[in-house]
Design a binder for this molecule. Sequence first.
Ligand code: 1PX
Length: 215
Amino acid sequence: MAGSEDQKFSLLEVLNTFKLCLTDNKEVYIEHYVAGWRGLVKFLNSLGSVFGFISKDAATKIQILINYLNGENGSHYVTAQSMVKYELENELVDITKRGSHPESGCRTLLRLHRALRWLELFLERLRTSTEDSKTSVMCADAYNESLAQHHPWVVRKAAGMAFCMLPGRPAFFEVMNVGSPEQVVAVLGEALPLISEVYQITEALYAQHNLLDLP
Ligand code: 1PX
C-alpha cells in the first residue's frame, strides 16, 4: 500500500527494543541497547529542533558504540559485560582522569546508562500523571533527580530551557503514537520493568568494577 513504508513512528516499537536487550544469562546486548536509544533519539528529533543539542550528543555516543561493535574487536563488544572485561583487561579505559582513551566504550555507555535512569523516572511520572500534569515539570523533576547531578551548570541551564518547550501531555501522548491515553499508560506499565531491569543490571556491572564515576 502506498505510504505504508513510512508509517508513523511508534514509541511502542522503541520500548519493545528494550525487551531484546538481555541475554539468557542477563547480560546487556549493546546492539539492542543502542537500537533502543536510536529510536528514542528519533522520537526526540520529532519534537523539534530545540532538542537538537541533546539528540546530537546522544547520537554521537550511539555512533561511538556502533563503531566499536562493527570494528575489528567487535566480538568483545557484544554485551556490556564483555566490553567492560575487554576494555579493562587491555587498559583501554581512562579511570580517574581523561587521557588517552577519552571515548572508551565504558565511559560512553555510562553516559547513556545515566540517561536511562532519567528515562525510567520520566516514564514513570508520565505513567502516573493526570490530564493536567505538565510534561515539562515531570521531565525536569526526573532530570534533577538523575542526570543533572552529572552535568555542569551550563548544560543544566540549557536542558531546563529545552524542557519548557516540550509539548503538553495530550500532544506528547499523540506523538508517542501508541493509542489512547489508557493505552499509553498500559504500554508504559509494560515497558518500565524492562527498562528498569536493564538499568539495574548495568548499574551492578559498573558498581562491581568501580566504574560509576568514569571521567
Ligand atoms: C516517551 C518519552 C521518550 C523520550 C525520549 C527522549 C530521548 C532523550 C534522549 C536523551 C539522551 C541524553 C544523553 C545525554 C548523555 C549525557 O549526559 N551527555 C553529557 C555528558 O557527556 P560527556 O561526553 O561530555 O561526558 C553531555 O554533556 C550532554 C550534553 C547535552 C545535554 C543533555 C541533556 C539531557 C537531558 C535529558 C532529557 C531529554 C529530554 C527529552 C524530553 C522528552
